[in-house]
Design a protein around this ligand. Structure first.
Ligand code: SF4
Length: 224
């Protein structure tokens, strides 16, 4: 264990994941280094419950038409919903964006204030501020939970709050590097440590991955 309660294997995992990120991060319209808080928020708001590839089909056009909250404020609910319709939940998403635009000219950059916005949970709030402003915040979704559960086994805690704390303690100290680490974790879960048929044979974590080690110890060969 490290002094902050995270297993010592976080150190090789963090190093290996950041190396992997150097040549494997996915390229999406919301991955620009100079993205604004509003642009990042819209992306994360759409990405919740929607695959990234689908979101990428709608996102650029949405920002073209509504480049800032003031433009969202001027739109009708029907106009917003029509644009969001291809990725679903269009009425819920349109209502929430309209409500936010009615109250704010600029989005808050304090995580607790962001969490007060309609339909905004810890994932969207933390991801928005981490990816737009290099804030050192835990970004935990289903992919990240799966990766950490497999790599750290029983040492990855149960419960959303404890898991966010674990993810926070796992981050590199520097905010910009923490941003890259969080992006890499999301992409690693989507591309390598997938829900079905994880690509263990090409994974850097086999030596210390609890899931891989336990499967091998049980004599069940994966795909290596
Ligand atoms: S070895 Fe397999 S289960 Fe472990 S992190 Fe890599 S892909 Fe996931």
């Amino acid at each position: 264990m490290t002094p902050n309660g995270v297993p010592a294997t976080i150190e090789p995992f963090r190093k290996d994941l950041l190396e992997w990120a150097e040549s494997n991060l996915r390229n999406f319209p919301w991955r620009d280094d100079s993205i604004s808080v509003y642009e990042m928020f819209v992306a994360e708001f759409f990405l919740t419950q929607t695959p990234a590839e689908n979101t990428a089909d709608v996102y650029p056009e949405f920002l073209d038409r509504y480049p800032a909250l003031e433009h969202v404020r001027e739109a009708s609910q029907a106009e917003l919903a029509e644009m969001i319709e291809p990725i679903g939940f269009q009425h819920m998403r349109a209502d929430a964006l309209a409500e936010i635009a009615s109250e704010y000219d600029e989005l808050p950059t304090d995580v607790e204030e962001l969490l007060q916005l309609p339909r905004v949970g810890p994932y969207v709030a933390n991801a928005t501020l981490c990816f737009a402003l290099d804030r050192r915040l835990p970004v935990v979704d289903r992919n990240v939970n799966r990766v950490y559960s497999r790599v750290f086994g029983d040492e990855y805690p149960d419960g959303d709050a404890d898991r966010r704390e674990f993810a926070l303690e796992s981050l590199p100290e520097d905010g910009a590097i923490a941003r890259t680490y969080n992006l890499a974790l999301l992409d690693f879960g989507a591309m390598v440590c997938t829900k079905q048929a994880p690509r263990c044979s090409e994974c850097f974590a086999r030596e210390y991955c609890s899931y891989y080690q336990s499967v091998v110890a049980d004599g069940e060969n994966l795909d290596a």
